[in-house]
Ligand binder design. Structure first.
Ligand code: B4P
Length: 190
């Protein structure tokens, strides 16, 4: 089983690169952002609560996203592997993921981090906001709040994987295909 964490700040290219990895390796894509937006679209209680936080650029509670990932792992026991995109976003989520995977006798092989500066992130997300309809992509202050949440709560997750010898950072600025080629070379070493 190939289990990867694709890591980086909002707009770093996680979703973009995940789509390419899924196509090549037949992995299941687990994006907590997508799962939360599906709950919002379905109008569930969980979705309504999450929307209030997401619209402010704030992370939703750990227990909510950990529960969603647990459900997806149980639904896909025969999978070739998973790409975790936008999860884990806190050290508590990372520890919970290790425990959940251990219950299935598997583990994360590698965290690949896409490194991009804040100004570039802001421009990408504002540009996506023109067509995505995502409320959290349409306001510069909100984008900066998301980056601040990342810096304070999510960036320490990199150390969690570095301590396990599973962290690789790459430059997330450049042509999408060139960045993807670097990701593949890391995956192929595992
Ligand atoms: P997400 O849906 O994960 O939002 P994201 O980080 O903005 O997406 P992503 O980073 O994948 O976008 P991509 O780079 O591909 O989360 C949204 C919200 O949900 C969070 O703020 C939080 O409230 C909540 N949430 C989600 N998961 C959570 C968790 N685990 N715990 C708590 N809360 C959680 O794309 C960005 C743009 O850049 C695209 O337009 C793309 O075309 C462009 N792009 C990509 N690569 C490029 C390149 N190389 N050059 C130029 N442009 C590029």
């Amino acid at each position: 089983m190939l289990n990867l964490v694709l890591f980086g700040p909002p707009g770093a290219g996680k979703g973009t690169q995940s789509a390419k990895l899924i196509e090549q390796y037949g992995l299941i894509h687990l994006s907590t952002g997508d799962l939360l937006r599906a709950e919002i679209s379905a109008g569930t209680t969980l979705g309504l609560e999450a929307k209030k936080l997401m619209d402010q650029g704030i992370l939703v509670p750990d227990a909510v996203v950990i529960g969603m990932i647990d459900n997806k792992l149980n639904e896909n026991k025969a999978a070739a592997g998973f790409i975790f995109d936008g999860f884990p976003r806190t050290v508590a989520q990372a520890a919970a993921l290790d425990n959940l995977l251990a219950q299935h006798d598997v583990s994360i092989q590698q965290m690949i981090a896409l490194e991009v500066e804040e100004e570039e992130l802001t421009q990408r997300l504002l540009s996506r906001g023109k067509t995505s309809g995502r409320p959290d992509d349409q306001n510069e202050d909100l984008i900066r709040k998301r980056v601040q949440e990342y810096t304070e709560k999510t960036a320490p997750v990199a150390d969690f994987y570095a301590q396990q010898g599973k962290f690789t950072g790459i430059n997330g600025v450049g042509e999408i295909e060139d960045i993807y080629a670097q990701i593949v070379s890391i995956v192929e070493k595992n």
